[in-house]
Write a protein that binds this ligand. Sequence first.
Ligand SMILES: Cc1cc2nc3c(=O)[nH]c(=O)nc-3n(C[C@H](O)[C@H](O)[C@H](O)COP(=O)(O)OP(=O)(O)OC[C@H]3O[C@@H](n4cnc5c(N)ncnc54)[C@H](O)[C@@H]3O)c2cc1C
Length: 306
Amino acid sequence: MGNLYDVIILGGGPAGLTAGIYLSRAKIKTLIVNEGIIGGQMSLTHEIANYPGIESLSGYMLSVNMQKQAESFGCKIISNVKITKYNLKNDIKSITVNEKEEYKSKAVIIASGGKSRELGVLGEKEFAGRGVSYCATCDGDFFQDKEIIVVGGGNSALEEAVALTQYASKVTVVHEFGYFQAYKHAIEQATNHPKIDFILNSTVSAFYGSQSLEKVTVKNLKTGEEKDINIDGVFIFIGYIPKTEPFAEILSLNEGGEIIIDKNMMTDISGVFAAGDCITKRFRQITTAVADGTVAALNAIEFIQK
Ligand SMILES: Cc1cc2nc3c(=O)[nH]c(=O)nc-3n(C[C@H](O)[C@H](O)[C@H](O)COP(=O)(O)OP(=O)(O)OC[C@H]3O[C@@H](n4cnc5c(N)ncnc54)[C@H](O)[C@@H]3O)c2cc1C
């Protein structure tokens, strides 16, 4: 029964690794199966300056430290694999990895995270973390007294545009329509702000630079006219995609694809918990993922001990 665990955690980002630390330290036999690189989105972050107790550290190093800490308590971690089958409904749950290895457990914690929606245009990937950002809370501070662009016209884009004015000298909101899809209050706050300008019916169609972002092309979607703008940073807020497709047929998700959980972080399947960026929530940070992972792990311990 080498492949039978008490808890299997699906995802090795901060939520999954934290759950792994708590469970293994409580002598619960735990396996983390991670489809990507260890640390998830955290590992892609150039500099983390808002994790309490750590002034500044690369996301990669924080990921390695969390992995080591989990493993030091006996947590087994399998990374960079593909889960090809899920069987979560029965009392004993099982998953199949790479179509051959089957792992079983009494409880499962889904910590599959997600990703920000991208524009999908030239240079966007190349300058991600070097001028292109998807998180104002994470990166706003790097743009003190600089001019930046915010792409988007929903609540997040307008609220974050206002928040970014505390750092940036000027914020230009580029939005694809001539109107905003946001609450009245958010629209009023942004449109009345002296530091915020708007370019409507337009999008950013290319990013250019050398070491870091220097220039973008802004395209008018009505006339097709393009113009280049010198800029230090671009924040993109055009939606968020939780990585929950494999669970769409199995669990209750909201209309945004986020997993619905109860106060114990349990989904609508007994013994299946969820934590981190994949669940229904507003603020997606390492600290909130770590907190979710803790709560899910403590509830999973109670569940299997019953
Ligand atoms: C560029 C960038 C910069 C950021 N900067 C900061 C910052 O400075 N400070 C901060 O607090 N937050 C920051 N964030 C946000 C933070 O990284 C996330 O909120 C956090 O990583 C979410 O943790 P998570 O464990 O829920 O998910 P993730 O970090 O997304 O990890 C989930 C992991 O699960 C894997 N996975 C997906 N599906 C499955 C599956 N079915 N089975 C198994 N594994 C699966 C994924 O490949 C991934 O490895 C940043 C995010 C980005 C993208």
